[in-house]
Each structure stands twice: as C-alpha cells, then as structure tokens.
Design a protein around this ligand. Structure first.
Ligand code: NAP
Ligand code: MG
Length: 400
C-alpha cells in the first residue's frame, strides 16, 4: 500500500468481528499504512467526542477511510456506559463534515434469492448524507404557546416569519434544513454513479405535500438532469424517472431492479435496511460515503449487532455475519489502490471478495443466511470465526 487508509474502530459485536477480519484476512497479507481512530463509545466520552471530528478530518486529509459500526447513544446507553451525555451519532457527525452521498448496494450470491420474487438485478440506494432530520433543531414544547420559524439574513434583517403551531398544551417541534449546494452535489453524485454503473435513476420525494422543501429537491434534480445528463442517458438507453416517494416504494416492489434509487436522508436510512433484509440480511449490503471533493468512507450498513454481543460477553459463540465488514475493507482497499495506481492492492481486494462470496455459495453460512438460503444438503451453519477461517483458506489458495 502506497498511501494511508483511515481506520475507524467501533463498538460491540461489529468491533469483535472487525479485529477478526483484520487479523485473519488482511494483516497476514498486506502491509497497511493505517491512521487509526478509536470511536469506541468510552473513548468518545473521554474525549468529549473530539475523536470523531478528528477521524472526519483525517478522511479529508488522506482521502479514503473505513469505518466499523458504532453505537449512537440514547438514554439506555448513557446509563449502560455511564456517559457524560448522549453524544451525537458518529455517522451523522462524519457525514455532516464530508457532506456527500451514501451509496448502498446488495451483495448478491447465487444461493440466496431475494425475498421479493420480481427482483432480478440489484437495486442500489443513493442516500443524501447531509441535513434533514440528521441535523435538526428540536424542542419539547412544555406548555401552551406559539412556535414560530424566523429567517434573518446575514445583514440582520428579518426576511420571513411563519407560525409552526399555536399550541394549546405540550407538544414537540422540529426544524430541519438543507442547502442548494448539498442537494446539487447529491444530484450530481447520483447521476454520475448511475451512469457509470449503467443503472436507471429514480428519485422519489413528497413534493405534493412539501411544496417548498421537497419541491426544491425535485427541481434541482430536474435541472441537473436537463443540463448535464439528458443526452447521455438517452444515448445509453437509461431513464431518469421521478415519482412520489410512496409511488416509488410501491413500484420498487414490482420491478426487476437495476436502478439507483436516490433517496432523501431519512428515506435512504429506512429503505436501505428494508432492501438489505430483502436481499437476505442486513449484513449483505455494502455502503460507501462519497463526498463531492472525492473523499470516500466505506462501512457496513448494519449496526453494532448488540444482541449478539451480549451473548458473546456471556462466553457464547455467535454466528454473526462479517460479510459487510469484509466488503467495507475490500471497497476501501480497492479505492486506495485505484487512487494510488497500485493494481496489486486492487487485485488483493478482488480475491478477498471472491473468497468471501464462494464461502457463502458453498453453503458455509452464518445464522442470518441459513434461514434464507436455498435449501441444500451441503448447507452448514458456522460460527463467525469458522466463516472467517474458511474465507482465509480460500484466499490463501487464490494468492498461491
Ligand atoms: P443492528 O446492529 O444492525 O442489528 C439489528 C439486528 O439485525 C440484529 O439483532 C441481527 O438480528 C441483525 N443483524 C445486523 N447485522 C448483522 C450481522 N452482521 N450478522 C447477523 N445478523 C445481523 O441494529 P440495532 O440492533 O438496531 O443497533 C445496535 C446499535 O448499532 C445501536 O446502538 C445503533 O446506534 C448502532 N447502529 C450503528 C450503525 C452504524 O454505525 N453504521 C448503523 C445502525 C445502527 P438477530 O438478532 O435477529 O440475529
Ligand atoms: Mg439505518
């Protein structure tokens, strides 16, 4: 490896698997230059979450990072880990710092048919990774009163004021935002990704209801399409399709697949979990954050797999699926190799992916997959370490 990868460590079962993957599948074969940031929840607490910002800055410095799943603390976690406060979501913090789009794609294998019968090709999701509810301002309204929204321009002049609600009693309010700049770069990233991967491009928002906010998202996508992509798409036989988000959801369940589905931040969060699970398991989904400046952060789209971790702590072996973590590493190695012009690194990543896919296709399956795999005599449920050991065996063979 010529230059550096930013490694961001995480929590619970994902962290356990992270180190198994690194120690068994990477370190024996690669000399890696890693800038290591430990986002273990206790470390974030000790540093008052400064470590998260430093990790984001490191990705800006080195260009490519890989991240393990981390706990986003809620009230239960504050108690469990005795935290100073409910720290913000690290993914939220990193995404806000890098802006950009999260692309998610299923990891397809022959012996795991999608739960949705009509899906023949992968459905990719492009999730806008900036703003909306992930960078909100919210308030618990304690009593009757009036909630207003005010915009004051930078010269200090009040430009606009609107009533959110005249409360007769307690309630809740929330302010969210996005910027034209971020939406345009989201649109550019999606049109580029879909075009490169020969996918149709879908966008769904709720502009019938949200006549200013969602309507602006629709308008900026349409302008970007007309200005920079229409001719190219038509030539390539690709379609840009806009529809209401609920209609998009309904149609997705009846398509063949083969599109990039551009989603607002929250829709992308929710829909990628649905897609992952319908393609077999949350662990069968790759995820990469692409920033407009050309920074990349690879991660698994699942969380820390808390329930499995509690079993692990009791000394039980678990059958947790490391596929998405393996693919986070291969995605990042492959990008590093591409940017550094070191084809050996790209080739290594490819071989590791093949070894992992073949392990699943041979019927060595973790518990999440054995439930959904095509029944076969050779199918065998394995523990995480056994799965990783099998991948290592196959990788070894491929590397000669
Ligand atoms: P989760 O960790 O994704 O797990 C939810 C369930 O999905 C698991 O209980 C398990 O089902 C299944 N699952 C997920 N990943 C799996 C894998 N690799 N192998 C096998 N099964 C897998 O979500 P969560 O339990 O809602 O969240 C736990 C923590 O993760 C939370 O603190 C949350 O903040 C955090 N989180 C982090 C990220 C991130 O950093 N990217 C994303 C989401 C959530 P069964 O129990 O049925 O086996
Ligand atoms: Mg999610």
């Amino acid at each position: 490896m010529k230059s550096t990868i930013v490694e961001i460590d995480g929590d619970e079962m994902a962290r356990i698997m992270w180190h198994q993957v690194k120690n068994t599948l990477l370190l024996p074969y690669l000399e890696m230059n890693l800038a290591y940031y430990d986002l273990d929840l206790k470390k974030r607490d000790e540093t008052n979450d400064k470590i998260t910002l430093e990790a984001a800055e490191a990705i800006k410095k080195y260009g490519v990072g890989v991240k393990c799943a981390t706990i986003t603390p809620n009230k239960d976690r504050v108690k469990e880990y005795n935290l100073k406060q409910e720290w913000a979501s690290p993914n939220g913090t990193i995404r806000a710092a890098l802006d950009g789009t999260v692309f998610r794609a299923p990891i397809l294998v022959k012996n795991i048919p999608p739960a949705v019968r009509s899906w023949k090709k992968p459905i990719h999701i492009g999730r806008h990774a900036y703003g909306d509810v992930y960078k909100n301002c919210e308030y618990r309204v304690p009593e009757a009163g009036k909630a207003e929204m005010i915009f004051t321009n930078s010269a200090g002049k009040e430009m606009w004021r609107g009533t959110i609600q005249d409360f007769k009693g307690p309630g809740i309010i929330q302010g969210i935002h996005n910027t034209d700049k971020s939406i345009i770069s989201f649109a550019k990233a999606c049109f580029t990704y879909a075009y490169d991967q020969k996918l149709h491009m879908w966008l769904g928002v709720k502009d019938t209801l949200s006549k200013t906010y969602d309507a602006q998202v629709r308008k900026l996508f349409e302008e970007e399409y007309q200005k920079n992509w229409k001719t190219k798409y038509e030539k390539a036989g690709l379609e840009y399709f806009f529809t209401l988000i609920d209609d998009a959801v309904a149609r997705i369940m009846r398509t063949e697949g083969g599109m990039l589905w551009a989603c607002k931040n929250y829709d992308g969060d929710v829909m990628s979990d649905m897609l992952g699970s319908a393609y077999g398991s949350l662990a069968m989904m790759t995820s990469v954050l692409v920033s407009p400046e050309g920074f990349y952060e690879f991660e698994a789209s699942h969380g820390t797999v808390q329930k499995h971790y509690y079993k692990y702590l009791k000394g039980e072996k678990t059958s947790t699926n490391p596929m998405a973590l393996i693919f986070a590493w291969t995605g990042c190695l492959s990008k590093r190799g591409e940017l550094d012009k070191t084809p050996e690194v790209v080739e290594f990543a490819k071989k590791l992916e093949e070894a992992a896919l073949e392990t699943v296709e041979e019927g060595k399956l973790t518990a999440d997959l054995i439930r959904v795999a095509t029944p076969d005599k050779k199918n065998k449920q394995v523990y995480t370490e056994e799965f990783i050991a099998e991948v290592a065996k196959k990788l070894q063979k491929k590397l000669g």
